[in-house]
Design a binder for this molecule. Structure first.
Ligand code: UD1
Ligand code: UDP
Length: 372
């Protein structure tokens, strides 16, 4: 039998990390042929190439080179280019990850051509429609034929939205698969940066709601400056945040102030930095969970989170960046704390999400053929 052609669409940093574990399953299976498409949403070497090089992700057969731009322009240009690729490749399925503009463009281009879409990380909701990610998630879920929910909460949400049970499957979280797989061998970054384990705070900030709102951004950096008096802060800076900080002159902060600004690091260094941190402070979706996977307490600098299990388990605390005092109190409360332990407390599965996704695709394709 001919292998089934899967067209995988990636474009942004977290998607490279999510795709790596699923792609490695595809490469071991004779049932599937995976074609990788990179939209070019992220393009700096340390936002893109580094992940392909160190994680063994197949090189994209199609690189669309779309780059940055407003939401409409970026998504629209992707849509047009992806349609061309899909017409040329004629895939059996299109696979999309997460909630970025690349995700939505991939899903929309496919359904318009009547190609079924499978969505990894379906059913996540912040219930905040101001977030570009929330719109992307809702639209992608409702355009998809197979929805892979990473948590029970996500599964229930899709049911509430009326998506038929047959299209939805709990798989666990592919990011947990990646954390288990790549978390085994630490890199030498702690030695390079001369950091003792558990002596520092690891921080990342990039969300539009924080970087486009200067009051929130200033509040976050003022609170970091206070925290840095007791704990050095390591901050690999997303280019979006770097641009705003530089443009607005918000960060006159060098090594002397205890805030160490780094260029974005590769995933293997990031895993090592996360495991070694005393605290994670972030607005990242992925990093919140990775803190939990490696049992590091986390403060999330947002008003809400899609990953509510982390709050329930006590490994994460929400700290909306409304006041410096509020953030400083949250850091004090969370430093040195821990949530509940034990594997039964892991709502993100057992590290076999990628395998479950492949099995589900296989079953669905066989059933489709029986029906035809
Ligand atoms: C995107 C996703 C967000 C995800 C994040 C992961 C959307 C709407 N948002 O946000 O959900 O959490 O990726 O990191 O899809 N830039 C560079 N070099 C790059 C990439 C970006 O300089 O390689 C700068 C550009 O100035 C660009 C800005 O960062 O305008 C924002 O990039 P963009 O991809 O539009 O959104 P992210 O903030 O990265
Ligand atoms: N990450 C990385 N290097 C960095 C910052 C983050 O490899 O300098 C990883 C992080 O460990 C996680 C993923 O990127 O696996 C999260 O991506 P990001 O925070 O950009 O997006 P989000 O998850 O919020 O969509």
């Amino acid at each position: 039998m001919q292998p089934k052609k899967i067209l995988t669409i990636v474009g942004a940093r977290p998607q490279f990390i999510k795709a790596t574990v699923v792609s490695s399953q595809f490469s071991r299976s004779s049932q599937f042929e995976e074609i990788m498409v990179h939209t070019g949403q992220h393009y700096d070497a340390n936002m893109s190439d580094v992940f392909f090089e160190e994680l063994g992700i197949p090189q994209p057969k199609h690189h669309l080179g779309i780059g940055s731009g407003g939401h409409g322009m970026q998504t629209g240009r992707m849509l047009e280019a992806l349609e061309g690729v899909m017409l040329a490749e004629q895939p059996d399925w299109v696979l999309v990850y997460g909630d970025t503009n690349s995700t939505l463009a991939g899903a929309l281009a496919a359904v318009k051509l009547h190609i079924p879409v499978a969505h990894v990380e379906a059913g996540l909701r912040s219930f905040n429609r101001q977030m570009p990610e929330e719109i992307n998630r809702v639209l992608t879920d409702h355009a998809s034929s197979l929805l892979f929910a990473p948590t029970q909460t996500a599964l229930e949400q899709l049911k509430k939205e009326g998506i038929p049970d047959a299209r939805v499957l709990w798989t666990g979280d592919v990011m947990y698969d990646a954390a288990l797989h790549f978390g085994k061998n630490p890199t030498g970054i702690l030695q390079t940066l001369q950091l003792e384990p558990k002596s520092y705070v690891l921080a990342t900030i990039h969300r539009a709601e924080n970087t486009d709102n200067l009051e929130r951004l200033r509040t976050i950096f003022a609170a970091f400056a206070e925290l840095a008096q007791s704990h050095p802060i390591l901050l690999p800076l997303h280019p979006r945040t770097r641009h705003t900080l530089e443009r607005e002159g918000i960060v006159p902060l060098g090594v002397h102030s205890g805030i160490h600004l780094l260029a974005p690091v590769g995933y293997l260094d990031m895993v090592t930095l996360t495991k070694g941190a005393a605290l994670v402070a972030t607005d990242s979706g992925g990093l919140q969970k990775e803190a939990f996977f490696h049992r590091v307490p986390c403060v999330t600098l947002r008003d809400e989170t899609e990953w509510v299990e982390l709050l329930e388990l006590g490994w994460n605390r929400l700290a909306p960046p409304h006041s410096v005092g509020g953030l400083t109190r949250a850091f004090e409360l969370v430093l040195g704390s821990h949530g509940s332990h034990g594997l039964e407390g892991n709502p993100y599965g057992a590290g076999d999400a990628a395998q479950r996704i492949l099995n589900a695709l296989d079953t669905e394709i066989n059933e489709q053929e029986t029906r035809a």
